[in-house]
Design a protein around this ligand. Structure first.
Ligand code: NAP
Length: 250
């Protein structure tokens, strides 16, 4: 029996990267996992297959986020497969690297729609499905707390807003025994960074140099931090911002 046996988890953006790492870890811990994806159904099915190959249980739900009605559609899809949820991980997110002077309104609105509005309404509509004693984890970023990469300012602003959702929601859902926390990764080796991280040994070394531990983060590094917060061991931690940057902000 795993630590999460009998629990149901929904991880948004779980077809790839950090979300997939989280989904696989929660599946290994015994949770039945809803693997949400946007457009990449094949990758989501691979994630489901990987969880099942490890002895776990999972299903995929595809809903584009950042468009009107997204949260309603996501829960409608979820409800077709499961009756209630214990763990909600708001992981799906997008980034953009553009100087302050250049970011346009459309790009700015899209960032906030996917990274802030979607998790807000997913959590709001999910609250009545969340069982008492449940868990909400929002995937933030170290950039919400440090101006390490100012060209990612608008993205960092979305994560700071998400952290306010975490903080205040912990008071709203706390009376039901539901904890709400943010986990903030630093640079993680996922598709979102592939365009620069994997272009040269120098880029990789520079990225590793941000971390006190001298390496680039992996999805499993973040998944293990999430696993603690959603476990019974994490029951007294809420409204917290967990630095999972490998010491990049130290
Ligand atoms: P990723 O590899 O690009 O994966 C993003 C995931 O989110 C995919 O499953 C994707 O689904 C889904 N997604 C993206 N936009 C969506 C949309 N509009 N509608 C529905 N689904 C959407 O990203 P990642 O690097 O794993 O990042 C995951 C989270 O960690 C994000 O919130 C990100 O901001 C945060 N983070 C990442 C890093 C890093 O260095 N990687 C650092 C700090 C924080 P499809 O594939 O189906 O499109």
């Amino acid at each position: 029996m795993g630590a999460l046996t009998g629990k149901t988890a929904l991880v948004t953006g779980a077809s790839r990267g950090i979300g997939r790492g989280i989904a696989e870890r929660l599946g290994r811990d015994g949770a039945r996992v809803a693997v949400h994806y946007g457009s990449n159904g094949a990758a989501a099915q691979e994630a489901v297959a990987a969880i099942e190959a490890g002895g776990g249980s999972a299903f995929a739900i595809g809903v584009e986020l950042g468009v009107p009605g997204d949260a309603e559609r996501l829960w409608e899809e979820f409800d077709r497969h499961a009756d209630g949820v214990d763990i909600l991980v708001n992981n799906a997110g997008i980034g953009t690297s553009r100087p302050f002077e250049e970011i346009g309104e459309e790009e700015y609105d899209r960032l906030f729609a996917v990274n802030v509005k979607a998790p807000h309404f997913i959590t709001r509509l999910g609250a009545r499905r969340l069982r008492d004693g449940g868990r909400v984890v929002n995937i933030s970023s170290g950039l919400a707390r440090a101006a390490v990469m100012p060209e990612l300012m608008a993205y960092a602003m979305t994560k700071a807003a998400l952290d306010v959702l975490t903080r205040d929601l912990s008071k709203v859902l706390g009376p039901r025994g539901i904890t709400v926390n943010s986990v903030a990764p630093g640079i993680v080796d996922t598709d979102v960074n592939a365009g620069w991280l994997r272009t040269s040994d120098e880029a990789w070394r520079d990225a590793a140099g941000y971390s006190a531990l001298g390496r680039v983060g992996t999805p499993a590094d973040i998944a293990d931090a999430v696993a603690f917060l959603v476990s019974q061991d994490g029951r007294w931690v809420t409204g917290h911002w967990l630095d999972a940057t490998g010491g990049s902000l130290a």
